[in-house]
Design a protein. Structure first.
Length: 176
């Protein structure tokens, strides 16, 4: 078969913005958004972003640390922004930022940030290669550059890579 160049796509083409209103059914007994509901919204926004990059069915392979620093009250408007940072073979890392807004008081704060990894699969669920991701802005390049280290860390933690193989990650700790 003739050699085929891997398709390239700008990461900005995968940008997704999703807005939700926190309703009573989304909250705990303190009338704050439940963490699991937040993760559900993050998973959806990030999956759409990975689908836009790959034009494929995608499955969530892993979720990096998600911290819940500030609670989000009933009636708040939650805005999620997701974008692919980098693709590897079949997998894509997606960065997601979450803001909560209280419209009556006019306050808006960033509440969460996380990295999700999705794998593009064919109709039988087998991983399939995705386009290369092209970072253009300073921030996109910063996220792209860190993605290899984060991939190695999650693969080591997931038991899919031996620590001594994680060369970029190790370099972070070689401080001499
Ligand atoms: C219970 C729940 O919530 S499930 C949520 C929904 N998610 C799912 O159902 C996914 C279930 N898992 C799967 O289908 C499979 O494990 C897959 C598709 C993710 C991986 O399939 P495998 O047969 O292990 O594929 P393989 O070892 O070839 O890896 C494929 C890619 O997945 C990546 N990958 C696999 N596991 C992980 C992980 N834990 N974290 C990050 N990346 C991962 C690999 O690094 C590889 O990336 P690359 O192609 O870019 O190099």
């Amino acid at each position: 078969m003739p050699f085929q160049m891997r398709k390239q796509k700008p990461v900005k083409d995968s940008f997704v913005i999703m807005t939700e209103l926190v309703l009573p059914n989304d909250t705990n007994t303190l009338n704050n958004l439940m963490g699991g509901r937040m993760m559900h919204l993050m998973d959806i926004a990030a999956a759409i972003s990975a689908q836009k990059h790959s034009n494929r069915i995608v499955v969530t392979a892993s979720v990096d640390n998600v911290s819940f620093r500030d609670s989000i009250a009933l009636g708040s408007v939650v805005t999620l922004q997701a974008q692919v940072t980098r693709s590897f073979n079949s997998s894509m890392e997606v960065h997601i930022d979450v803001w909560a807004e209280d419209i009556p008081s006019g306050t808006k704060m960033k509440t969460n940030e996380a990295f999700f990894t999705f794998v593009a699969v064919d109709q039988t669920g087998r991983p399939i290669d995705v386009p290369e991701a092209v970072a253009e802005t300073e921030e996109e390049i910063r996220l792209y550059d860190g993605a290899l280290r984060r991939r190695q860390l999650r693969l080591v933690l997931g038991g899919r890579m031996k620590p001594h193989e994680a060369t970029e990650l190790k370099a972070l700790f070689d401080l001499e």
